[in-house]
Design a protein around this ligand. Sequence first.
Ligand code: PEP
Ligand code: MN
Length: 261
Amino acid sequence: MAQETRQHEHGRGAQAARSGASGAVWGVPVPVVIAGPCAVESAAQMEAVASRLKEMGVRVLRGGAFKARTAADSFQGLREEGINLLAQAGRKFGMLTISEVLDCRHAGFVAERVDILQVGSRNMYNYELLKELAKTGKPVFLKRSFMATLDEFAHAAEYLLKGRGDVALCERGIRTFEAATRNTLDIMAVPIMKERLGLPVFVDVSHSTGRAALVAPAAKAAIAVGADGIMVEVHPQPANALSDNYQQLSIEQFSELLEVL
Ligand code: PEP
Ligand code: MN
């Protein structure tokens, strides 16, 4: 076991130098703030949010296009059109873009248009998808499954590390008996995974809490514990959002969050 750990550290030296250890991830100084709407809904929405985020210094723009929704009747995302709208906003405002790849069939399409490929919580165990994404050579942002142990999370990351090795991890809360938050933020995942794999570790402060009012405390905890960054959902009009309206911050709320941090 000890030898295995040493080999991991040795093998990932170059990657660590590119990201956490050099104080930057994807060339962006840590802590990196990834912000943007849960889902891409329209060109106007992306323009409204990206222009303001850019002014506030955000360098990485998120926007879900292929959405993994629990209910089949929920908004499923704009899919290819959503990817194109996100890429357009990223180009216009000079921001890196990140979006989830739900399925192997979409990997090529998304990889050609978006800078960072996200693996969602529901797909952490989809090893064929992980292998496919590793082959694209693009940076991958791997979210922890809401039912994964940290050991399983690390093994999933190892599938991605068989590719170019530009991998960042994201703790996004797990399912526990506690119902006061949407998920239970396992904050110790940050130092444990950083030590185990030497990769940057983020905290998704929106999905881990499920409520806008809890985003700031979660973000403070993430930074305090040494996270390389946070992911935050921001929408120009959260109340009218087509998904996750309780947890998305308005642009004003997001601006306050940045000040607090
Ligand atoms: C998301 O970030 O858009 C998302 C669906 O998150 P998760 O996969 O963590 O539920
Ligand atoms: Mn969401």
